[in-house]
Each structure stands twice: as C-alpha cells, then as structure tokens.
Design a protein around this ligand. Structure first.
Ligand SMILES: Nc1nc2c(ncn2[C@@H]2O[C@H](COP(=O)(O)OP(=O)(O)OP(=O)(O)O)[C@@H](O)[C@H]2O)c(=O)[nH]1
Ligand SMILES: [Mg+2]
Length: 303
C-alpha cells in the first residue's frame, strides 16, 4: 500500500466529517455569507484544528472569494494548502547518531507507548537498521509480556528485568547490549505516568540521567506519545512533560479512531515541537513518519 493510501485510510474519519460539512456549507450557499463563514469555523474547530489554524484558513477563503468571486472557490483546496503551509517547517526525521541512537518513549497511561516502541523498531528495521527494545515499564504487571510478544512477532531483541525492577537499570543494560551487538537504535518503552505526579516524573528524569552517563548525549530523542482521541488535553500533557524532560518530538497515535485529527495541526502550532510520527492503526506498519503534504491531502482532498 502506498504512503498516501495509508494516510488516507488512517485519517478517514476526520476526512469524512470535514469534507461532508464543508460541502454542505457550500451547497447551501454558493456565496460567502456571515453564516457560512461561521459554519465553516464550526466545522474546522470541530475537527480540532485549533483557533489559529481556523483563522488562517478563514482569512485565505475570504481572500479567494474576493479575487475569484462566488462559485470559483474550492474551499477544500484552500484549506488543504493552508494546512500544508502551516506544517511546512515540521522536521519529522528520526535522529540518527553515528553510533548508537537512544530513543526514549514517554507519555501518560495508555497512549500507545509500547505499541509505538515496537512499531519504531519495525520502522528502522525496514530501513536496514538494527535495534533493541528496552522493557522499562516494570510497573504494570503485563507490560513486559506485551513488549516481549512484539519482539517475538517482529524478531527484535528485548532486554527486560523482573516486575518492580529499577527501570533505569534496565535502560542501562539495554544500552550495554546494544553497544556489544553494534545495534543502531535502542527504543526505551517507559511506564505510563501522569504528568501531574512529581515522583513519577522524577523517576523518568533518573532514567534519562543514567542513560546520559552511559552514552553521552543520550537520550538523543525523547518522544512524547499523545493519544489523538484525547483531543486538546494532549496539549497540557505535552507542556508538563516538556518541563520535566525536554522533548525532541511528538508521536500522535490513534488518529484512525477520531474525527478530530486536526489536533495534530493545533498541537504542532501551539508547542512548536515536531510531530515525528503518527499512528494510523494497530499493526506494525501503521506508524508512519509525519508528512505535512500527505496529511493535508488526506484531510481535505477528494482524490
Ligand atoms: N487504533 C489504534 N490503536 C492504537 C494505536 N496505537 C496504539 N493503539 C492501541 O492502544 C492500546 C494501548 O497501547 P499501548 O501501546 O499498550 O499503550 P501504552 O502507552 O504502552 O500503555 P501503558 O503502558 O499502559 O501506559 C493498544 O490496544 C494498542 O493496540 C493507533 O495508532 N491506532
Ligand atoms: Mg506500555
């Protein structure tokens, strides 16, 4: 399946809702009226595109009506162009160090960290690179089994410890194993934690400190996993995590399960952190590097 088809399938719900509503507005009134502008605003905000992006699209639509007149404006095309423009500076590449690259995967409970860690290992493998998964969620009883299962399925080695073990020690062991095997990446699957729990955030800082002592400059990537179905709550999570452990990027998961996929745009604009990957389903290859052009096209294009 091509990349665009993946984006299109994964963003289907958001696409359907947005295009359906926008086409209805245009059908009812070919002229741009105060009411149709208001309805357009509601549709865009309803997809969680955020105030700033919504205003930018409305301004562009008004401009297009002024220059092209009624009937000549394709609102979907204007919106697509504006969204693509707004995300043009998003740097999605996963960092690659000359030696080992250590990637820490963090976030609140249930956002998709373990699944994302496994999908990332699968992603770099497809590019000819090797990795090790570090099972640093020693808190939740079934967590180690879950990541081991992924490891078996994808044929990726997993370094784990016993339930309740020190996550920093497991991260340390995983890096040792990666160095001796000359692996390209270590993906550290951390336990879910609420951004409001100080002791849990301190624990995460400790994991990162230990990693940094073992490999200078590590973790090279700290990716916050956000669940798209939680909408704008994700903004708050991101701000708090960023204060505790400086983030290098975001992964937005479960976009296939929401019609509010515009939150990707709002979050990127608001935080200025790059969206590195998006989760478009539960399978290993449903994690895709974020691509502004494909994303904007998948939201608005009728192709
Ligand atoms: N539909 C869909 N489901 C996803 C996606 N990413 C993860 N999931 C599902 O979300 C659920 C939780 O995923 P996990 O990877 O266990 O989440 P976690 O953040 O590790 O959870 P904790 O370790 O308990 O904090 C699982 O059922 C995953 O299959 C996605 O992009 N799309
Ligand atoms: Mg997990």
């Amino acid at each position: 399946m091509g990349l665009f088809q993946k984006f299109k399938d994964g963003l289907f719900k958001t696409h359907e809702k947005l295009t359906h509503e926008i086409k209805r507005i245009v059908t009812r009134s070919p002229r741009l009226t105060a009411t149709s502008i208001e309805e357009l605003e509601v549709a865009l905000i309803g997809a969680d595109l955020g105030m700033a992006m919504t205003s930018q699209i409305i301004t562009a639509v008004k401009g297009a009506y002024e220059t092209q007149g009624n009937g000549g404006v394709d609102i979907l095309a204007v919106a697509q162009r504006e969204v693509e423009k707004a995300l043009a500076n998003n740097k999605a590449e996963l960092r690659k160090e000359p030696g080992l690259t250590v990637v820490s995967i963090v976030g609140v409970n249930g956002t998709g960290k373990t699944t994302t860690s496994a999908k990332l290992a699968h992603f770099v493998k497809a590019q000819g690179q090797t990795s090790i998964l570090a099972a640093c969620d020693t808190f939740r009883a079934a967590a180690v089994e879950q990541i081991k299962l992924w490891g078996e399925r994808l044929n990726i080695p997993v370094v784990s410890g016993s339930h309740g073990a020190d996550p920093a020690a497991i991260a340390h062991d995983a890096i040792s194993a990666a160095i001796s095997r000359k692996a390209d990446y270590v993906f550290i699957d951390t336990a879910g934690r609420l951004h409001t729990k100080t002791n849990l955030m301190l624990e995460l800082q400790k994991v990162h400190r230990v990693i940094g002592k073992k490999t200078p400059g590590a973790p090279h990537e700290v990716l916050l996993v956000l669940d798209a179905t939680t909408g704008m709550n994700a903004l708050n999570q991101a701000r708090e995590f960023h204060k505790a452990v400086p983030l290098t990027g975001l992964v937005v998961t479960k976009l296939d399960g929401t019609s509010k996929g515009g939150m990707v745009v709002a979050i990127q604009k608001e935080l200025g952190l790059p969206i590195k990957f998006i989760g478009l389903g539960e399978q290993a290859d449903d994690l895709q590097p974020f691509d502004a052009k494909q994303f904007a096209e998948a939201l608005f294009s009728e192709k």
